[in-house]
Design a protein around this ligand. Structure first.
Ligand code: NAP
Ligand code: MG
Length: 495
């Protein structure tokens, strides 16, 4: 599709090369796509110093009027819009996802930035004016400082844009470590920020491995907060490291979302939602609807329909404009997904469709797995409990509302859940009892940028997006002001 891209790190507004590189080949056909700098502690230190300087010199960014930052972010957005096709193409190639979804991801990222830019105009603050005549309290919000952002490979742009524009709006500066598999778009958008007039040092990107670059960043004294999206295992490691220096953390981690379908649902809409929910992004999705909880009396017919629809899913190469499903991220990950499928068989679930790698001439050079549905899944099975991160759906039946809620909550994760019913009372009551940061009612994975996003339980700490997402990048400061006595009465001027 493209010539091989060759990148350095983006530090203090310039490209900085390293001696070693990491190569990224297409997960769909094996072709070499890009080389990224294989960085170490040294580059991390350079980038943190640049971000530190840009933050600490208050006149550069952190103490500008919010309106100035809003305008700079808005100029950057115009460039992102201009380059949408280019960014989407890179995203599709490196992740292995179909181009139309990569375009959708880019457009959604821009939407997130638009909202963040609007928020930059006015960050909430409070005044305590009733503490007596001689006292005044100011409760102000300051930017948190230099933020390390560490992001995963499944949605390189969206996971970054749930953080970056909000941190910028608040007045923070950042050092980003994208996944070594999908670093191109992060590097590109950082360079675009310079073109938009965002000052050097405000956005820095250091590429390379989690074990070298990630560890150096999380341990660096110049970092005030770590904002991480990725697996729960790495998230726990980061939280433990952050605790050593009491760094702030924002963690967006794994999930095991359920779609609960009640018999009184709009069945056609529910089938669409469940299908979309389990195959979107090849199932490499933290809020993937990987579990279907279906009311027993409609289960056979519903699953039968879902199986027929799954057979019609169009798998395609990244450039295929009509494709629904692309390649998994790399071979080892595909093996892991196939391992989960094997565990479903071993533990006695019923394979309804799929269950294998695609090996024909078109897909054999890549890492493609067919949409897979298991029925008869029980909560004890691995495919019910663990994050598979592939196009695999586990179906479990229930008889009562209470049973549906208990099954949905029977997980260590709590990122999102969906529920389908025409009974609005039931929808709201069940929503209240689901232990997840998001509940989708009669839809799935659909939201609006004003709404916060994040997890209960082991799905994370903190919220992204919306005003809550911006406030995560601020510290609260109380300024208590003792006022002098009123000096004297006004001179008597009358008559
Ligand atoms: P991952 O293995 O946890 O990696 C995420 C990022 O952390 C990568 O940039 C990785 O670098 C880096 N990293 C690895 N070890 C590190 C360490 N010791 N210190 C600092 N950084 C380290 O996750 P992934 O496999 O890329 O992504 C899949 C996971 O992300 C899934 O569990 C999914 O649920 C989760 N996710 C969550 C959300 C959400 O918003 N809640 C969104 C998307 C994905 P390398 O890639 O270079 O190793
Ligand atoms: Mg990894």
């Amino acid at each position: 599709m493209t010539d091989v891209r060759d990148y350095g790190n983006w530090i203090d507004g310039s490209w900085v090369k390293t001696s070693g590189t990491v190569e990224r080949s297409s997960p769909a056909n094996g072709k070499l796509l890009a080389r990224f700098a294989d960085s170490s502690e040294k580059e991390v230190d350079l980038a943190v110093k640049a971000a530190r300087k840009a933050f600490d010199d208050r006149s550069v960014w952190s103490a500008l009027p919010g309106a100035e930052r809003a305008k700079a972010i808005s100029r950057w957005i115009e460039l992102l819009v201009r380059d949408t096709d280019k960014l989407a193409k890179m995203e599709a190639e490196e992740v292995g996802k179909p181009i139309r979804f990569a375009r959708g991801e880019t457009e959604w990222s821009i939407e997130l930035a638009r909202y963040a830019a609007a928020l930059a105009w006015q960050i909430p603050s409070d005044l305590v004016s009733n503490a007596g005549d001689a006292n005044l309290g100011l409760v102000i919000r300051e930017p948190r400082g230099v933020i390390a952002m560490i992001t995963p490979w499944n949605f390189p742009l969206v996971t970054l844009f749930q953080k970056l524009p909000y941190a910028l709006a608040a007045g923070c500066t950042v050092v980003i470590k994208p996944s070594e598999l999908t670093s191109s778009t992060t590097l590109e958008i950082a360079a675009l920020a310079k073109e938009a007039g965002i000052p050097d040092g405000v956005i820095n990107v250091v590429t390379g491995s989690g074990s070298a670059v990630g560890e150096a960043l999380t341990g660096h004294r110049g970092i005030d907060m770590i904002s991480f999206t990725g697996s729960t295992a790495v998230g726990k490691r980061i939280a433990a490291r952050a605790a050593e220096q009491m760094k702030r953390v924002g963690l967006e981690l794994g999930g095991k979302a359920a779609n609960i379908v009640f018999a009184d649902a709009d069945i056609d809409a529910a089938i669409d939602g469940v299908l979309f929910g389990y195959i979107l992004n090849q199932g490499e999705e933290c809020v993937q609807g990987t579990r279907l909880l279906i009311e027993e009396k409609i289960a056979d017919e519903f699953v039968g329909n879902l199986v027929e629809r799954s057979k019609k899913i169009r798998t395609g190469l990244p450039e295929d404009d009509q494709a629904d499903l692309g390649a998994l991220i790399h071979e080892k990950h595909m093996e892991k997904v196939l391992g989960y499928i094997q565990s479903g068989l071993d533990e006695g679930a019923r394979l309804e469709v799929g269950g294998k790698r695609l090996t024909d001439a078109t897909f054999g050079k890549g890492f493609f797995v067919a949409p897979t549905i298991f029925s008869g899944v029980t909560p004890a099975m691995k495919i019910f409990r663990e994050e598979i991160f592939g196009p695999v759906l586990a179906v479990t039946t229930f008889k009562t509302v209470d049973e549906a809620i208990a099954l949905a909550n029977d997980t260590n994760y709590g990122l999102g859940n969906g529920l389908w019913t025409k009974d609005i009372d039931k929808a709201i009551q069940v929503s209240r009892e689901l232990k997840s940061g998001t509940v989708y009612v009669n839809t799935f994975l659909e939201t609006t940028v004003q709404m916060p996003f994040g997890g209960y339980k082991e799905s994370g700490i903190g919220r992204e997006n919306g005003m809550d997402g911006l406030l995560e990048f601020t510290e609260v400061k109380s300024v208590f002001v003792k006022l002098g006595k009123r000096a004297h009465a006004l001179p008597h001027t009358a008559g």
